[in-house]
Design a protein around this ligand. Structure first.
Ligand code: IVH
Length: 494
């Protein structure tokens, strides 16, 4: 990052861009924190914020106290009363590469003057940070993180979450203890909630984290109670009248003994290499987990060392969030094409301006069906959010409506099959429209042959989807029967 010579004038361009960025960030903050309905993925938000921070660093004269680059998180929503956190709820420094993890470990060891450090590695839950205050073992207060110092009192809502004990089990707990954790929704719970919301004509949520945040910040705890919320505890705040073990891992075990839910995946690891090994294992398991995680948190396990390391501004020096590659990005929807499947079903496929999502270039994504296009109100030319998770085809998640170009047209379901020109029909009660051409349609025929040869049907060795496409293109097969007339010489030409 460069720091400007103070003598040169500030270009109008920089001034204008700073204003633009502040306005955009404020708008996205409001959507995210107040309404729980973000429009853009985290990666895009981070880019806007970073650009503003860099410009402010370059032109410190333009810094204003109310700049969104100067504050984190949200101020409490007025509807809830305010809670002052006795110990601030900190945020975490992020790392995106192995090198940054090695650097973190080196800094920790240098500050402590030791050769080797044990870490507690935990999934970084994509949820909403909350604080639970237990007095004499009774849950007396639940609060959101808010801006880290002041949060919202959501006690009545928190009490409806069955994974949160109203009373601690066993004995030996401090007279007063603040437990911190992430409230979240399982992927399955999220899917069910969204389909129920749609069914009732209510808004659906962008992702499990927003669904969790929206559910916890309900005025009516009766609504929170119906939402599939859970919690994983990952730390403690202020403790009075009692002692806790001297290692983070042992404290987590205690919390578990007292009936609090902690991540079964958390593990003690050795040094930076241990952290990275754990990261790789969890990155591979990520899509199989019942809840969303967006990275791994490494924490120095010895509490005395944590205290010695302390914190710098809003983040502890003893912890690091190692983020997974983003699964969502934004790009432009160039066009919508319709693919014809085996049963004639027309599936809309989004042609996108190529974008790298978690390191893989994506230029096509599924839009599922016509209803989804309408429900998400997708138009050609829109800026859209695309998501790629695991090995399934990327999908268009949502639209950034504030970036819609004027006059952007709605994608049209064609009246005639784009492959064989037969009529397209949509039977009442069916979600999908279909080409009525049957096996006259080359696309349906090709898909039928693929299906016939596939493992689930005849399981013809060596005849995968690619080979069927090649044979079709060369006019060597037109139907299933043709497969049995293929000669070796013909196959050798492929
Ligand atoms: S520890 C002093 N541990 O990440 C450290 N945070 O940027 C404070 N988070 O919204 C947090 N999983 O809810 C910690 N295993 C974990 C976490 C975790 C998710 C969230 C937390 C907060 C954000 C901090």
């Amino acid at each position: 990052m460069t720091t400007r010579q103070h003598s040169s004038p500030i270009p109008d361009q920089a001034r204008k861009r700073i204003e633009e960025l502040r306005e955009q960030i404020n708008y996205h903050n409001y959507l995210y924190y107040a309404l729980d309905t973000p429009e853009i993925p985290d990666a895009e938000y981070d880019r806007l914020l970073r650009e503003l921070q860099e410009l402010e660093q370059q032109y410190p004269e333009l810094i204003t106290p109310d700049s969104p680059a100067r504050r984190v998180g949200a101020t409490p929503l007025e509807a809830f009363s305010e809670v002052r956190h006795e110990l601030p709820m900190l945020s975490l420094n992020n790392a995106f590469s192995d090198q940054e993890v090695f650097d973190f470990d080196r800094r920790v060891r240098e500050r402590l003057g030791v050769e080797h450090v044990e870490y507690h590695a935990e999934p970084k839950l994509d949820g909403l940070a909350i604080s639970l205050l237990y007095e004499q073992g009774q849950l007396v207060r639940g609060a959101t993180r808010g801006d880290g110092s002041r949060g919202e009192d959501v006690t009545r809502n928190v009490r409806t979450i069955s994974a949160i004990p109203l009373k601690l089990d066993g004995s030996g707990f401090p007279a007063s203890m603040e437990v911190r954790g992430g409230a979240c929704m399982t992927k399955e719970g999220f899917r069910q909630l969204n389909s129920a919301q749609e069914h009732r004509g209510l808004k659906s949520f962008a992702n499990p984290r927003n669904a969790a945040a929206g559910s916890l910040r309900q005025q009516d705890p009766g609504i929170t109670a119906q939402r599939p919320l859970t919690i994983y505890c990952y730390g403690i705040g202020a403790v009075k009248g009692g002692n806790l073990p001297d290692r983070h891992s042992a404290i987590m075990q205690k919390l578990r003994d007292w009936g609090l839910r902690i991540s079964p995946k958390a593990q003690q690891v050795e040094g930076a290499q241990g952290c990275l090994d754990y990261y790789r294992i969890m990155a591979a398991e990520r899509n199989q987990l019942p809840y969303e995680i967006d990275g791994i948190v490494y924490k120095v396990d010895k509490i005395a060392w944590q205290e010695q390391l302390g914190q710098l501004s809003r983040a502890p020096r003893w912890a690091l969030a190692h983020k997974f590659p983003a699964q969502e990005e934004i790009t432009r929807l160039l066009d919508v094409e319709w693919q014809v499947g085996r049963t004639g079903a027309l599936t809309p496929v989004a042609r996108l301006k190529p974008v790298s999502v978690g390191g893989v270039m994506v230029s096509n994504a599924t839009l599922h069906n016509q209803d989804e296009i309408e429900r998400k109100d997708i138009r050609i030319g829109d800026t859209i959010v695309v998501r790629r998770a695991g090995d399934v085809m990327p999908e268009v998640v949502s639209v950034v409506e504030s970036r819609r170009p004027p006059g952007a047209p709605r994608p049209q379901l064609p009246d005639r099959c784009p492959v064989c020109d037969s009529e397209v029909v949509r039977l009442p009660g069916e979600k999908v429209a279909r080409c009525s051409g049957g096996l006259y349609c080359p696309a349906q025929r090709r898909e039928a042959i693929k299906h016939f040869a596939s493992r689930r049907a005849m399981d013809i060795e060596g005849l995968g989807d690619k080979r069927v496409e090649q044979l079709g293109k060369k006019n060597l097969i037109h139907n299933v029967a043709d497969l049995y007339y293929l000669r070796q010489e013909q196959l050798e030409t492929l």
